[in-house]
Ligand binder design. Structure first.
Ligand SMILES: [Zn+2]
Length: 475
C-alpha cells in the first residue's frame, strides 16, 4: 500500500478510532493520546514515580482480509462482531483486536476502580502489522525512542504465542526470540535471440540448475544449547508429565554431554516444526522468466525465502547462498555478483550473468534474545508469575497447573521495531492455543471467533500484569 495520506484505504481506521473514543471514555479522559503517522495510537498513563522504567503494552489495529469467496462459509458475518452469548465472531476477534480491546478494557476498569499507576504505562497500537508494520509500528517506534530513549522500558508485551497442553502438561510459551529473514533474489541473464538456433542452456535452464542446487543442499542445522528451543526442551524435561522417558533422559543428559545433545537433535529434528524453528530454512517461493516460445529468455529469476536461525545471521546466510552457487556460476561461464560484490574473476569469459540480491531490501537479523535466567531475568519472572496467577486463579483447580517455558516465534510481530526500546520483549497472548478446547479459532481464515470467557481471562491477565509491574522494585 502507498503511504498514509496517499492510499485512501488507510482511512478505514478513522471510524475505528471514533469507536474507541465512545467505548473507552475513561481511557480517553485520563491517558494522553498521541497519533503517530495519523493512525498509530500511542497512549501514555503517566505514573507517580517517573524514575521507574515504564511498561509498554503493544497490539495491532489491522487485520488480514477476508477473501470474498469465503464470506458464505462464515457462521456469522466476518465484520459483524456478533456475540452469540458465548463467542465473539469476526475477523480480528483473536488476531489482534482481542489484545487491543483487552488492554483498553483493562485500563478502563482500573481507572473506574480508582487505580493510579506508580509506574508509567505506555500503549502502542500499530495499524499494519499484517503488512510488516512499515507505516505503523516503525513510526511508533521512532516516536517512542525520541520521547524515552533507548532501553527505556522495563518490559514490552505484544501479541504472540499462548498456552496449550503439551505432553500432558499445560505450557505457556511467551516468545523471547524471533528468527531473522532474507529473501534472496537469484537472477540469470543470457544472450537473447531466435529460439530456432538455441544455445545448450537458456537463462531458464541455468536458473533451474541453480534452484536444484538449493534444494539438494538444505541448510545444515544443529540444536545448540544457546537456541531458545533448547530452553523449551529443558522445561519439557522438567515439567511435561507424559514426555517419553527416553527423551526426558536425553534432554537432561544433553546439558553436559555432546553425544546426548547429538542424539537429542536427531530425535527433535524428526519433527519438521522444531527443525524449522531451530535452523535456517529456505523455500523457493517466486519464479519468473521468458516472454514467448520463439524468443530466447534474456532474463530468468527466482526468490528464495529464508528464515534465519537465532544462532545465525544475515551475513552468514548471504555467504552460504553465494558459496552454494559459485561452482555452477563457473560451469555456466557467468559473471557472478552476490550482494553487491563481484565473485567471478574480473576478466573471466562470460556467456551471461548471475546476480544475487536482497530481493526487496527487507533482510532482518534474528531478534535479540530476551534473558530468561540469572539476574537479568526479573522481567521474565514477573511475566511467568503473572501467567501462573492468572491461569490458576481463573480455574477451580488446586495448586499450580501451568508451566512457563521460553518460546520462539517463526514469524515477526510489530516488536521487530521495538528492539532498541527494551531488552525484555515478550510475544504472548494469554489464550489457549490448543485446538481441542476451541476457545480460539479461525485466525487468518474463516470463522475467526473467541470464547468470551477466554477474552475475560485475557483482561484478567493484563490487569495482573499491570498490578505486578506496578509493585515490582527489581525491573
Ligand atoms: Zn497479529
Amino acid at each position: 500500500m502507498d503511504p498514509v495520506g496517499v492510499d485512501p484505504r488507510w482511512e478505514a481506521f478513522a471510524p475505528f478510532h471514533d469507536y474507541l473514543l465512545t467505548a473507552f471514555p475513561l481511557v480517553h479522559s485520563t491517558l494522553t493520546l498521541t497519533k503517530v503517522n495519523t493512525y498509530g495510537l500511542w497512549y501514555t498513563w503517566t505514573g507517580k514515580d517517573t524514575s521507574k522504567k515504564p511498561l509498554l503494552l503493544a497490539a495491532h489495529q489491522d487485520v488480514v482480509p477476508v477473501h470474498p469467496d469465503t464470506v458464505d462459509e462464515w457462521i456469522h458475518p466476518p465484520y459483524s462482531g456478533f456475540y452469540d452469548g458465548q463467542r465473539i465472531w469476526g475477523r480480528g476477534s483473536s488476531d489482534d483486536k482481542s489484545g487491543l480491546i483487552g488492554i483498553l478494557s483493562t485500563i478502563e476498569t482500573l481507572i473506574s476502580n480508582g487505580f493510579q499507576p506508580s509506574r508509567t504505562i505506555v500503549l502502542s497500537f500499530g495499524f499494519d502489522e499484517e503488512a510488516s508494520g512499515v507505516y505503523g509500528a516503525q513510526a511508533l517506534s521512532e516516536a517512542l525512542t525520541q520521547a524515552y530513549g533507548a532501553d527505556a522500558f522495563a518490559l514490552i508485551v505484544d501479541e504472540g504465542a499462548g498456552f496449550m497442553e503439551q505432553y500432558g502438561t499445560i505450557f505457556a510459551t511467551p516468545g523471547i526470540a524471533e528468527k531473522g529473514y532474507l529473501d534472496t533474489r537469484v537472477e540469470v541473464t543470457a544472450a537473447g535471440g531466435h529460439s530456432s538456433i538455441p544455445p545448450p542452456h537458456t537463462s531458464i535452464g541455468i536458473l533451474a540448475s541453480l534452484l536444484v542446487e538449493f534444494e539438494s543442499n538444505p541448510y545444515d542445522s544443529h540444536l545448540e544449547r544457546t537456541n531458545p528451543v533448547y530452553g523449551t526442551l529443558q522445561c519439557f524435561a522438567e515439567h511435561a508429565e507424559s514426555l517419553p522417558s527416553g527423551i526426558r533422559k536425553a534432554i537432561k543428559k544433553s546439558v553436559s554431554s555432546k553425544k546426548a545433545l547429538k542424539k537429542l537433535e536427531e530425535e527433535v529434528f524428526k519433527d519438521k516444526m522444531y527443525k524449522s524453528l531451530i535452523g535456517t530454512t529456505q523455500a523457493i517461493d517466486l519464479i519468473g522468466g521468458g516472454v514467448k516460445t520463439n524468443a530466447l529468455p534474456e532474463l530468468a529469476w527466482a526468490v528464495v525465502n529464508h528464515r534465519i536461525s537465532t544462532t545465525s545471521s544475515i551475513d552468514a546466510t548471504k555467504e552460504h547462498d553465494t558459496k552454494l552457487l559459485s561452482s555452477l556460476a563457473k560451469k555456466f561461464n557467468l559473471t557472478y555478483h552476490a550482494f553487491g560484490e563481484r565473485i567471478s574473476e574480473a576478466d573471466a569469459p562470460s556467456s551471461g550473468t548471475l546476480t544475487l540480491t536482497d530481493a526487496w531490501g527487507t533482510a532482518l537479523r534474528p531478534a535479540p534474545i530476551t534473558p530468561t535466567s540469572g539476574s537479568e531475568a526479573a522481567a521474565f519472572r514477573l511475566l511467568s508469575g503473572t501467567i501462573k496467577a492468572t491461569f490458576n486463579s481463573h480455574r477451580s483447580l488446586k495448586g499450580d497447573n501451568i508451566a512457563i517455558s521460553p518460546g520462539i516465534m517463526s514469524g515477526n510481530t510489530d516488536t521487530r521495531y521495538y528492539w532498541n526500546l527494551s531488552k525484555h520483549i515478550f510475544r504472548y497472548n494469554h489464550h489457549n492455543q490448543g485446538n481441542s478446547s476451541n476457545v480460539l479459532g479461525g485466525v487468518h481464515t474463516v470463522n475467526e471467533s473467541l470464547d468470551i470467557d477466554a477474552f475475560l481471562e485475557m483482561v484478567r491477565f493484563f490487569t495482573t500484569l499491570i498490578l505486578n509491574a506496578d509493585e515490582a522494585t527489581n525491573l
